[in-house]
Design a protein around this ligand. Structure first.
Ligand code: CO
Ligand code: CO
Length: 305
């Protein structure tokens, strides 16, 4: 798979229908605690493998760290977070590379595998499919608030739990279902990634605002203007490709443009499969939601209703 469809990861067929999936991602700390940072960065790096419909088989660390850091208290804890999350994904981190840098950064390069028939591009949506989202939105807003010391300890815990929730678990539930496309919701926000899926398929996505799963306090914080700069860029970028609704509160729209770190999977699947998927996820204790549906192409890619 090439660069033409801006998919989540690179896919290379090695033999028969067996494919390798390659992805790499790393970023500066979005939380203060080094162990939590390690968990989140690894969760985020692994996500693109699941978004392609594959499972990870190995990973390498990428680490930038200031020379004067307390390696026992910080470096080791970041790597422990990454290693614990890799273990949850069923793999080992088999090596890596570190360099000295003024600002710390951490992430993984990950290799996954899948049969060609299991690969999910972001462009396969069909008219009549339902849209399913597997994680609550608002992590950019809450992370911004957290950095400013505006989050309660309980909301901080919810934020970290969401950011470090591995997309393996919602991915595990799709087996044998009629899934047509997938991506993970990250920097371009829900609407940006939904638009990418809709445009690749030449269709329009309807998203129902009242069905969106939201992190606690995200509405209140957005109303107070605690919105990362990226959300405004994402909104500008969608100019002419997106239609909102006068009746919706502005802060709900802001959340749909909020850049997500380590966001959930966005699936399109047939209504029958969606019903079965929701059942399976409920049994597995996962909160996933139907948030909209796929329509024939209109003059915008995404409508928020
Ligand atoms: Co992705
Ligand atoms: Co990525």
């Amino acid at each position: 798979m090439g660069f033409d469809s801006s998919d989540d990861a690179a896919v290379y067929r090695i033999e028969g229908d067996l494919c390798l999936i390659h992805t790499v991602d790393f970023f500066p700390p979005i939380v203060d605690d080094p162990y939590e940072f390690g968990l989140i960065a690894a969760t985020n790096s692994l996500s693109d493998i699941y978004a392609m419909g594959g499972r990870p088989i190995s990973a390498l660390n990428l680490l930038c760290i200031p020379g004067d850091f307390d390696h026992e208290k910080i470096t080791r804890r970041i790597l422990e977070g990454g290693s614990d999350k890799a273990a949850e994904a069923g793999i080992n981190i088999s090596g890596g590379h570190s360099i000295e840098d003024d600002e710390p950064k951490y992430g993984l390069s990950v290799v996954g595998i899948a049969r060609e028939s299991e690969i999910l591009s972001n462009g396969g949506a069909r008219v009549g499919d339902l849209l399913i989202l597997t994680k609550a939105l608002g992590s950019g807003i809450l992370t911004t608030a957290d950095k400013a010391g505006l989050l309660s300890p309980a909301d901080h815990t919810t934020l970290v739990a969401t950011l470090s929730a591995l997309n393996r678990w919602p991915y595990e539930q799709i087996k044998d279902l009629d899934v047509s496309a997938c991506t993970d919701v990250t920097g371009f926000g829900l609407i940006g990634h939904a638009a990418e899926m809709a445009e690749t398929a030449g269709l329009t996505f309807y998203i129902h605002a009242e069905k969106l799963p939201l992190l606690p306090q995200s509405i209140e914080l957005a109303r107070d203007g605690i919105i990362p700069a990226g959300a405004y860029k994402n909104r500008d970028f969608m100019c002419g490709r997106y239609l909102g609704s006068e009746s919706l509160p502005l802060e709900l729209e802001d959340i749909c443009f909020d850049p997500q770190t380590s966001g959930g999977l966005l699936y399109t699947m047939s209504p029958d499969s969606a019903e079965e998927y929701l059942k399976r996820c409920k049994i597995a204790g996962l909160d996933v939601r139907v948030i909209g549906e796929v329509k024939a192409q209109e003059n915008v890619s995404v409508r928020l209703l």
